[in-house]
Design a protein around this ligand. Structure first.
Ligand code: GRF
Length: 203
């Protein structure tokens, strides 16, 4: 068992979650996914994680009294599981300031653009609509403002003339799967932390 316990929050298919599990299984990342939490009982990632023997908790946000109530339930599960790092992987809800403060400097997210360009939903379509030649993906620390925290890693992906949001998303996803595990490794091995706008390694 690794001391580097990770909790993953999902809302959908969970391909980034699976890529992290693959990297751990290959022995390329010294970490353990202690728990996966889905806010959506219909998320395909739930069955995918269970099929890999990973503990999954379904915490339907619609059952909570408020956004903070939901986040407090998630925090209780994560803390009881001894999680040191929380990874958002297609988690489609904005975290409350309470949660972000509770896990300050210990939450990562992956976003399918080179932030600060194209935050929010449909980042790949935003990139095509804007006509950029280069987009990509970003792993960043999570702060209360959406897609705005210190940047840990980015990978560029060229936009082709005939790209659709789907074809572009597929090429970006390959890079997401690579850099998310790399960022987790930097967190645990490099003592990655937030310092103002930057993500830096301790020491
Ligand atoms: C990814 O494109 C990620 O960047 C974004 O949501 C998508 C999640 O995909 N935040 P998956 O659930 O990991 O397959």
């Amino acid at each position: 068992m690794s001391a580097n316990r990770v909790g993953i929050l999902i809302s959908g298919r969970g391909s980034n979650m699976l890529a992290i599990l693959d990297t751990i299984e290959r022995g390329d990342l010294d970490a353990e996914v202690a728990v996966v939490i889905s806010n959506d009982p219909k998320a395909a990632g739930i069955a995918a994680a269970r099929a890999r023997g990973v503990r999954v908790e379904v915490l339907d946000h619609r059952a909570a009294r408020s956004r903070e109530d939901h986040d407090r339930r998630m925090a209780a599960v994560l803390e009881a599981a001894g999680v040191r790092l929380v990874c958002l992987a297609g988690y489609m809800r904005l975290l409350t300031p309470w949660f972000v403060e509770r896990f300050a400097g210990r939450i990562l997210n992956i976003h399918p653009s080179l932030l600060p360009a194209f935050p929010g939903l449909d980042a790949q379509k935003q990139a095509i609509d804007h006509g950029v030649r280069m987009t990509g993906c970003t792993v960043h620390f999570v702060v209360a403002e959406m897609d705005a925290g210190p940047i840990v890693l980015q990978a560029p992906v060229a936009v082709r003339d005939d790209d659709t949001p789907e074809t572009l998303a597929a090429r970006i996803l390959k890079e997401e799967h690579r850099i998310y595990s790399e960022a987790i490794r930097m967190f645990f091995e490099g003592g990655l932390q937030m310092a103002g706008r930057r993500a830096i390694r301790k020491g």
